[in-house]
Design a protein around this ligand. Sequence first.
Ligand SMILES: [Zn+2]
Length: 702
Amino acid sequence: MTTRRDLLHSLPATGAAFAVAGHLLLEDSPAAAQPAPAQPLAGHFHPLGKAPSRHTIAALEEARRTLPFTDTRDFEENRRGLIAAMPDRQIANDAGGIAWDMDRFNFLDQRESFDSIHPSLHRIARLNNNYGLYEVVPGIYQVRGFDLANITFVQGRTGWIVFDVMITTEVARAAWRLFQQHRGQGLPISAVVYSHNHVDHWGGIRGLLTEEEVRARNVAVIAPAGFMRNAIEENVYAGNAMNRRLAYQYGQLLTVSPHGFVSQGLGQGVSNGVVGLIGPNRIVERDIEAFEVDGVPMVFQNTPNTEAPSEMNTYIPGLKALWMAENVTATLHNIYTLRGAPVRDALRWSKYIGEALYRFGTEAEVMFASHHWPRWGNQRVQEVLRAQRDLYANMNNQVLHYANQGVTINQMHKVYRMPEQLQQTWYARGYHGSPEHNARAVVQRFLGFWDCNPATLIPLTPEEAAPLYVEMMGGPERIIARARTLHEEGRYQHASEILNRLVFAEPGNRPARELLADVWEQIGYQQENPGLRNSFLNGAYELRSGLSLAEGTSSTTPDVIRAMPTELFLNFLAIRMDPRRAEGMRFTINLVTPDNGERFIVELANGTLTNIQGFQAARADLTLTINRANLEQVMAGQKTLEAQIADGTARVEGDVTVLTQLASLMVDFDPRFEVLPGTRPADQQVARAEAYQAVPRAMVPE
Ligand SMILES: [Zn+2]
């Protein structure tokens, strides 16, 4: 019988990963001869920032030597079809700030290599430096580089059919203007296709259209099944935590620079402006639907639970053009996204790509998507579709293959190895997902977080465990001395392991925090994946400077509030409610919203707030009747519920004090909560929301 241990040791290139770490530091070993701490680097954006070490430089050199840099097809495809570069390097936003600043990324083209940027990451960052209007084929045009995602214009019989509209009003408006200057012929927008529910594909709509125009000109706004609910839902329940984690994945504290933020992989970054939402008026419900959009025959393929919960590909037979939404881009995408979201289904994702390959890809002459650049020629289209199909299937199958032999979530990232051929394929590289975090995600999807070792089943918290570790390791001085040696040897993960314990045991230990920051910085420089790089560098920043995120103005726009189903709003109130203080309280509310015909029972019992749609309690403590349109003002924080009751907009019957009781239980979530101990300044105040305000924070792009 093969034991788990045998298996791990039989796997090539993993023996070292699981070997017991080097020599032990003995009492009389030369710890006194420890290396001098690294000195800050002049020109680094942070005063405590360090230069890449010789180990980091060697790791990047190794990547330069082994990756297929002689394959430059991506650069040729990326340049192809340029009609006009965008002349304005900055795009202003309506609040008087800057929505988009392309000059920040100029440094990427000024040097052939950087010793603080993984060469493959530098490569995708340079590819993402495209900025202008491109022809895909005559009749299809893309504006690229204005935001994380692209905007695409397809010629219809009477106007332009827009595929995806980027994140904000301002950049969408600028893209439309550039397009009109060169190819738009003054024709209007005749239809909009939202490929999926992530905000970088719908948030910019108000830069192109108003709701009145959509109605007056009968503009079709087309979306995949489940679009509206998923557009809102994905960001509500855990929205505050997601926004905090986004600071890590997207490196929000980092300066754009060789030692900081470089690119987000899918695109250079996220625009900063007004997010809007105009709901679809045509939903593609069936698996496959074919219909004309402004005179252009199109075939839509729903691909639910792939890159997004609600997503669809589109084929335009007349142009032999295949739109792969965000299902096929120039990268390995996220099975698990570091900002947090339910783990995606890699096998299903692969199957939908396989279906697109055999349904459309056998004749398509061009493939284009909502990020990155197109692929031309049927051979190239098929090549990319096949490799992407295999990439996600391999991830699913290989991980489960080893999981079925006992490899756990805590080992899988060191066991999973992408097939050599895919490793040598640029569009399979991890510019958004990484093989490491995706491999763990597949285990999480099928087996969950537990590795089946009872020691980790109900573990001590990091705060509880750390002091004992520090004590048993001989105290802080010994840990720091050992960590300095590990740092000098380039064994950064080992150094991180022990310093992290010390930081949790002694949040005020400045040398420990600064050394851990130095360690994470080197790990960050070595990453190809932007999310991993940003997370380590953002962690280093917080350890060095503390948490200095300005509290984001809540970007809950009226459009988003209007799109939020009442049930979702009530579910969110139940999450905001302080469960400890609610213990012992009990009441039942009937909620009626006559203008949309909805009814709910909202009940507080057992320290828990629940709601059920479509029911009314026979003996409620209170019946609250308010039109959904007026409730939206409450949800948006524009008018309180009390004011609505006082002026008769809302009607109440029964004991109105239950509303005051419920309001008193609502907690405001602060997006600046502490991730690393001791990093949060004491004087920061949480901005107060109205008790019944819906505050799902910013929508999260992907
Ligand atoms: Zn996207």
